[in-house]
Design a protein around this ligand. Structure first.
Ligand code: GAP
Length: 448
């Protein structure tokens, strides 16, 4: 009988799996945790790395996009010029009844502000709160030594526009891609790794001739949509949402969010923005350095427009995990329920590509299993597990998304074959050990 499939109902199912299996732990947990900061465990860090690699390759293997890794700490003038010091603020409101502190827009309904926690409308006037974290550079803590933890990676790209363009000898249109940490002192972080104060962004700024900006904006919207589908996200849980003129960030001429339907509702996953020439012009003015592009063919000079694609890596990881999680329930002849938790991640993203499972702890089987693990580990991350019944071991791999289980049994020594079990179909095939590598490589390409 085919099983009933239950998608993720509640974020708590994923939070518990993440902790139990080593995807995500609360930061400083032994001290009671630190608000909205999270650590990626052995499986989570590998998964996150795979997500970053997929993004990085999709960007930088294009002939028109190059990479960058800029410092988190930047000259304080950057944030004056970028507008972050003056306008990167959230309106903060305090509830006079329950002392809850919240973002005004999180408590506004039909134009009325009331506390989202206790419902009281006895609240303070909103005051602007800057989201940038401040620290001091050097041994003296005074106004002259203040530096900020970057709230977006984009500015590292803008200030390096000239360096990258000349050193990589790029002609417009071209893009610069970067992955790195950003920090925002969010008033109301939450929903696990959805909104945190320290997070990783994957941003790409594409420099274009101003009159071509609308065309490239449309192209990048499509490119990014296709990328999210390629990673396996369910198209029915994705949609575009265009920012109205009054919602636009201080730098944007146009903006669309790709939203994902999380268990807690539709929320922004990625932003695609037309930033015009705002940033390069501001840095040109503030630094006194020319940030113009000279188009040799047309013999004209201009400050390029920027089309930006910006996605949070942690937020994408959360969307992928929510999307991949499923429970399969089969009722057997005695009316007993059998429940299988599966993370149906694309193999490209799964932390382990395969697991080697010797059917017994006897040495000859162990040795073969370890040798297979060692051989395949040259190409992929491969788990090894000899503890517990084979059924339990399969289930352990299913719930962390391992696409293939390789069982080494009592016939393996004589026929030099193993059984490969597929995560999604649970089908099993007998494969020669010397064909395993090709078999797995082919299945990656053909089946997913
Ligand atoms: N450079 C443009 C920029 O930073 P943004 O819309 O503020 O634009 C881009 O951020 C993406 O970064 C968001 O779509 C989201 O995926 C991620 N992001 C922003 N704030 C975040 C937070 N506090 N926690 C996790 N991810 C965040």
């Amino acid at each position: 009988m085919s099983p009933q499939i239950h998608p993720l109902k509640d974020l708590s199912q994923l939070v518990s799996l993440s902790k139990r299996r080593g995807f995500v732990f609360q930061s400083s947990e032994i001290y009671g945790g630190l608000g909205s900061c999270w650590d990626y465990g052995p499986l989570g860090s590998q998964f996150k790395l795979n997500v970053k690699a997929a993004w990085w390759n999709a960007m930088t293997r294009r002939p028109d996009v190059v990479g960058l890794d800029a410092a988190i700490l930047m000259h304080p003038q950057v944030w004056q010029a970028s507008g972050h010091l003056d306008t990167f603020t959230d309106p903060l409101v305090d509830c006079k009844e329950c002392k809850n502190r919240f973002r005004e827009d999180h408590g506004t309904k039909d134009g009325q502000v009331s506390c989202p926690k206790c419902g009281s409308s006895n609240v303070t006037e909103a005051r602007n709160f800057n989201l940038m974290f401040k620290t001091f550079m050097g041994p003296v803590e005074n106004d002259g030594s203040v530096v900020y933890l970057r709230p977006e990676t984009a500015q590292g790209i803008f200030v390096n526009f000239e360096n990258v363009q000349t050193s990589a000898r790029k002609k417009i249109p071209f893009g610069i891609a970067q992955i790195g940490k950003s920090f925002r002192n969010e008033i109301t972080p939450g929903n696990f790794i959805f909104r945190t104060r320290e997070f990783e962004q994957m941003e790409m700024q594409y420099f274009v001739k101003p009159e071509m900006a609308d065309d490239f904006y449309a192209q990048w919207k499509q490119t990014r949509w296709n990328f999210l589908l390629r990673l396996g996200l369910n198209e029915g849980r994705l949609r575009f949402s265009e920012h109205g003129k009054d919602e636009l960030a201080h730098y944007a001429k146009a903006a669309d969010d790709v939203e994902y339907q999380f268990p807690f509702g539709w929320q922004e996953l990625e932003g695609i923005h037309n930033r015009g020439d705002f940033d390069l012009s501001q840095h040109q003015k503030s630094s006194g350095k020319k940030l113009e592009y000279f188009d040799e063919a047309a013999k004209e000079k201009y400050v390029p427009y920027v089309i930006e694609t910006a996605i949070g890596c942690d937020r994408l990881c959360l969307a992928l995990l929510c999307d991949a999680y499923r429970e399969e329930v089969t009722v057997n002849d005695n009316g007993k329920e059998d429940r299988r938790v599966v993370l149906g991640l694309k193999p490209e993203l799964a932390p382990y590509k395969a697991a080697c499972l010797p059917l017994s702890k006897k040495e000859p089987l162990q040795n073969v299993a370890k040798k297979i693990q060692e051989d395949l580990s040259q190409d992929w991350s491969i788990d090894y597990d000899e503890a517990g019944s084979i059924g339990k071991r399969y289930r352990r791999q299913d719930e962390v998304g391992t696409p293939f289980c390789i069982t080494i049994d009592f016939d393996t020594e004589s026929d030099q074959k193993v059984t490969v079990r597929h995560r999604d179909t649970m089908e099993q095939e007998r494969v020669s050990i010397d064909q395993l590598r090709n078999y797995i490589a082919q299945k990656f390409i053909l089946n997913w």
